[in-house]
Ligand binder design. Structure first.
Ligand SMILES: [Fe+2]
Length: 396
């Protein structure tokens, strides 16, 4: 047996790990081989008055290992993984164009909302122009939705939400290999998905928590208000307007306004319902904070499992992955990174851009780890940006 050596607890740092287990004493193991020591572990030892731990292992240098992993990643990775990294670098150049396209789309949606509010006929030329640009940028940069995060936040929620739902719905439409005509029908309907809300008292929009029964019954009228306005004031094709009418129907028949079930609900509306629920969860609202991509996806798969079309939900999941792009994750070596891409067949092993090292310092270089190749590394948990005090918008 290799010789045990003692390490003073005050020399331990979070993220350190050894290639053999670390013991508190002869009966108790602190961490297994290759598992990082956490700040909590160190605090515990101090609380217990333990001054030394023992291991027969050697310290594994996180920095060195990651550098090696990165070097290997650029040399040996599969073509598919190379493409993801390459795509990410190209994606970075599209942030500014996206901001413009998003802003323009919001303006187009707001103009239609205003017309509906005033009961005036409206044209959808502006919506059409915007939609064409959205579809084009999504075709060229399928992961562009990563940069939707935080755009126009604090502005008109109804409008921003509708535009974002359009991106997620089109993402599903594209994964389903929709022809351009179908993408357009889908996009027009989702851009105006909540147009009926504009007919309700404004305060309800901003409340949405602890609604009285009366208020909730009012909310339930927005699909019909929207549908009527789209058909009568905008002469919008039936297929698109149905999205407005049916996006709160549920696959299990428990939705509203009509309690339609399964394929009684139009396919576009079944897509939009998933995108709508996902987007609503990841957006900050006046009455509650956003939840994170990973948690939102988990919610869709747990509490939402009967609400949504299971086939479409699976398509969305495989497109977004278990750790959707933009998720913050902690690896077993104590480093923290952001998911920048993944392969549908390996959702638990995405490609991660590291942002914080195991000593909680920001990396200055761009270090990308391909978990598909680096078998020694794995995700231990998803985390929230507030936990690590970074602004996600800055580190993408
Ligand atoms: Fe709605």
């Amino acid at each position: 047996m290799a010789e045990m050596r003692k390490i003073p607890v005050d020399e331990l740092k979070p993220g350190m790990r050894f290639d053999k287990p670390v013991y508190i004493d002869s009966n108790n193991m602190l961490v297994a081989a290759n598992v990082s020591i956490k700040l909590d572990d160190i605090k515990k030892l101090m609380r217990w008055g333990v001054s030394e731990v023992e291991t027969a292992g050697n310290l594994v240098s996180t920095e060195q290992e990651i550098k090696a992993a990165t070097a290997r990643a650029t040399m040996t990775e599969s073509d598919e993984a190379k493409k993801i990294i390459d795509d990410y670098n190209k994606l970075l150049t599209q942030r500014v164009p996206l901001i413009e396209i998003h802003k323009e789309a919001c303006k187009a949606v707001a103009n239609v909302h205003n017309a509906i509010k005033a009961d005036e006929p409206f044209a959808i030329d502006e919506i059409d122009v915007s939609l064409t640009k959205i579809i084009e940028i999504m075709k060229n940069y399928p992961n562009i939705f990563l940069f939707l995060y935080g755009l126009e936040e604090g502005k008109n929620y109804l409008v921003v939400h509708s535009v974002n739902v359009t991106f997620y719905s089109l993402l599903i439409g594209m994964a389903l290999k929709y022809a351009p005509l179908k993408l357009r029908e889908l996009g027009i309907g989702t851009m105006l998905i909540d147009a009926g809300m504009i007919k309700l008292p404004a305060y309800i929009m901003h409340k949405q928590s602890n609604l009285t029964e009366h208020e909730f019954n009012q909310i339930k009228t927005h699909p019909l208000h929207g549908y009527k306005a789209l058909r009568q004031l905008g002469k919008i094709p039936e297929k698109s307007a149905l999205i407005c009418l049916q996006h709160h129907e549920q696959y299990d028949g428990k939705g509203y306004p009509r309690g339609l079930k399964g394929t009684q609900i139009d396919e576009y509306a079944r897509i939009a319902a998933i995108a709508d629920s996902y987007e609503a969860q990841i957006a900050n609202r006046a009455y509650r904070k956003r939840i994170f991509f990973y948690q939102a996806m988990k919610n869709l798969l747990s509490s939402g499992i009967n609400k949504f079309d299971p086939v479409i939900l699976r398509v969305f999941l495989s497109r977004m992955s278990v750790y959707p792009i933009g998720s913050l994750v902690e690896l077993n070596n104590g480093t923290i990174g952001i998911v920048i891409g993944s392969m549908p067949q390996k959702p638990l092993r995405p490609i991660v851009k590291l942002i914080i090292d195991s000593n909680k310092q920001r990396f200055t270089d761009t270090i990308i780890v391909n978990l598909l190749e680096e078998k020694a590394l794995y995700i231990t948990r998803a985390l929230d940006e507030t936990e690590i005090g970074v602004n996600l918008f800055e580190v993408l």
